[in-house]
Design a protein around this ligand. Structure first.
Ligand code: ATP
Ligand code: MG
Length: 329
């Protein structure tokens, strides 16, 4: 009896399965065949759009991207990127010395100065601090950590990144702050000579807590870390409560916008690497430097203007940039 029931049930099951699958068959058929045939029909559709004789093969010839490949204008555009780190920042000798002086004491286990570097956009604050930090690692046995708070803008993410740069394996997300801080302290007890730069400091969500954390760690560890904060905001606008401000006991270094002759020198150095010889006449560089110095002194803008003028000249098949190309940027 139960065997019969089983047979009946199996029959029912089979029937149900077939009736469910049958409506799906046309859909599957369309999906496999229909979409494939659509793909196959693309060339002919495209041919129609392109007109009589042009075939796809002709259109996709590499000369679309290869034409003008080395270019009459550019040699290597990467030197015009705003992320490019120059070998030595032009015209920032005094600032380089000041930043170096602030972090130097950590090499001998002495207490460093904390420094707030500030000034408007595009005037070489990050570039200069990065340069000093690179030199600190190259020329001393110290450790230099450069963190951008645009990317790590919360207390746990910044402290975690600090630990990772110290060489700890990446801690799992959600580690309690106390644990992160005690690891940082442990590292500072064993290592002397660490300088930490927090770039775009004004992007931090909780600057007061971060400063408080780092000052506490400094007080409780065998060795201190040298802290350099970089910000667009002047010191009085940096959001710190009085307690953190007083603990930080911060010195300041103000960057001034570039003048025309500094911008000219920066542009000349970049142009030498980025452009073909003779592609950038002196008058073009002078005009950009003059105009930018009058408006903002922002080196990023100067580099962008030169880059765009270069692109314009290239599009027009020229071998050098003209003042006219500048007007069109
Ligand atoms: N002294 C310099 N020598 C060579 N290149 C420079 C110099 N100063 C700035 N630059 C270039 O100008 C661009 C902007 O510089 P940087 O990013 O350092 O400015 P910033 O002051 O940090 O700006 P922001 O406040 O927007 O972060 C970068 O491409 C950098 O390479
Ligand atoms: Mg910067």
């Amino acid at each position: 009896m139960s065997q019969r029931l089983l047979v009946v049930n199996k029959g029912e099951l089979l029937f149900k399965a077939v009736t469910r699958v049958v409506p799906v068959i046309p859909v599957v058929f369309w999906f496999v065949y229909g979409s494939a045939s659509e793909t196959r029909s693309q060339p002919s559709l495209l041919k129609l759009k392109l007109g009589k004789t042009e075939s796809l093969r002709e259109v996709s010839k590499p000369d679309v991207f290869e034409s003008n490949s080395e270019g009459n204008i550019f040699r290597s555009e990467k030197y015009l990127d705003s992320g490019h780190q120059p070998e030595k920042p032009v015209g920032r000798e005094t600032e380089i010395q000041r930043i170096a002086q602030a972090i130097k004491p950590v090499r001998h286990g002495k207490t460093p100065e904390n420094l707030l570097v500030h000034g408007p956009a595009g005037i070489g604050k990050s570039t200069t601090v990065k340069h000093v930090f690179d030199k600190f690692e190259d020329e001393t046995s110290g450790k230099a950590v450069f963190i951008n708070s645009w990317k790590y803008n919360t207390r746990p993410s910044l402290l975690t990144e600090l630990l990772i740069q110290f060489g700890y394996p990446a801690p799992r997300k959600g580690k309690p702050i106390d644990e992160l801080l005690s690891k940082i302290k442990e590292w500072l007890d064993k290592n002397r000579g660490v300088a930490v730069a927090i770039d775009e400091f004004d992007q931090l969500e909780d600057p007061t807590e971060v400063i408080y954390d780092l000052s506490m760690v400094n007080q409780e560890s065998q060795n201190s870390l040298g802290l350099v904060m970089v910000s667009n905001q002047p010191p009085q606008q940096v959001q710190l409560d009085p307690r953190s401000r007083s603990r930080l006991n911060c010195q300041t270094l103000q960057f001034q916008p570039y003048n025309a002759s500094q911008l000219q020198e920066i542009l000349e150095k970049r142009a030498e690497k980025a452009f073909q010889p003779g592609a950038v006449p002196d008058e073009v560089i002078e005009a950009i430097a003059q105009q930018v110095a009058e408006n903002s002194g922002d080196c990023r803008t100067a580099l962008k203007t030169l880059h765009k003028a270069g692109r314009k000249a290239e599009q027009e098949g020229e071998t050098k940039i003209s003042i006219e190309n500048l007007k069109m940027t």
